[in-house]
Design a protein around this ligand. Structure first.
Ligand code: DGL
Length: 278
């Protein structure tokens, strides 16, 4: 691994940008390559084998681009494939996302913690293991939030439809007495204002992205992989969907204006389209 290589970050779509922005804040001198597998978005209802296959191909492509670390900026993909990626690509550190049950359990005074995630995240072993390790002293209220990541993907951060979905999903947690809510899908931090507004001031909402960025910095430090550059990092964005569509989302969600390259799936491999240069 070369310390001058970029950090590879991927998600099913734009959700991982909530992690990307924290990575850039924490590590402003690092270059990044972000890949959104929008043609397969949502990942949430997909099976483990299928997700694993996508994650392996994406990681392979990012490694071919000299990425020195991989950030799986997606709870769903982490649940399905993080362990497999670590076993398969042993030379590169893979940082993933698991529901932030531990900090939530520590923060909760009512002893009830709500968790918002996709179906595949709750079905994965990673969630059961995390919940088993850290939630013995609290009650977890798990809420599958069908359709919510898609609202973010459409740029609908505060429309009536998004608010209606949030009210439906937050209702049972609040009724059960949750005073802490974990955002266990990387799309949801883009809805944090609306979530806070609906949940009220007595409820703490946990976005795990800053902790992921700190963990990444620590990992790079330990492995001697920090870039050492003093200039601002360079950032490239790619999608398996529409480049123009993703560029619009980058602007809506982060105020970032950038060209976005397009890639395509050929069978189980990812290929760049002729006009795309990684
Ligand atoms: N952003 C992904 C996550 O963190 C899920 C969205 C999807 O279903 O594709 O879980």
């Amino acid at each position: 691994m070369k310390r001058t290589g970029p950090i590879g970050i991927f998600d099913s779509g734009a959700g991982g940008l909530s992690v990307w922005r924290e990575v850039v804040r924490e590590l402003p001198h690092e270059d990044t390559v972000y890949l959104a597998d929008q043609v397969h978005m949502p990942y949430g209802p997909r099976g483990e084998d299928e997700l694993r296959q996508y994650c392996v191909a994406i990681t392979r492509l990012l490694l071919a681009e000299d990425c020195k670390a991989i950030v799986v900026a997606c709870n769903t993909a982490s649940a399905a494939a993080l362990k497999h990626l670590r076993e398969t690509f042993t030379l590169v550190p893979s940082i993933g996302m698991e529901p932030a049950v531990k900090p939530a359990a520590g923060a909760s005074r009512s002893g009830v913690v709500g968790i918002m995630a996709t179906p595949a995240t709750f079905q994965g072993k990673l969630f059961r293991a995390t919940a088993g390790r850290h939630a013995s002293a609290v009650t977890l209220v798990s809420q599958v939030c069908d359709g919510l990541a898609e609202q973010v993907e459409r740029g609908e951060l505060d429309t009536p439809a998004t608010e209606a979905l949030l009210r439906r999903y937050l209702g049972p947690m609040l009724a059960a007495g949750a005073d802490t809510v974990v955002l266990a899908c990387s799309h949801y931090p883009f809805l944090i204002d609306l979530i806070r507004q609906i949940a009220g001031p007595g409820v703490q909402v946990i976005d795990p992205a800053p902790a992921i960025a700190r963990h990444l910095r620590q990992t790079l430090e330990e492995r001697g992989l920090l870039s050492g550059s003093e200039g601002a990092g360079q950032h490239r964005f790619y999608t398996t969907g529409s480049g123009a569509g993703f560029a619009g989302l980058l602007h809506t969600l982060l105020g970032v204006d950038s060209a976005v390259g397009e890639m395509g799936w050929q069978g189980t491999e990812l290929t760049t389209s002729p006009q795309t240069h990684l």
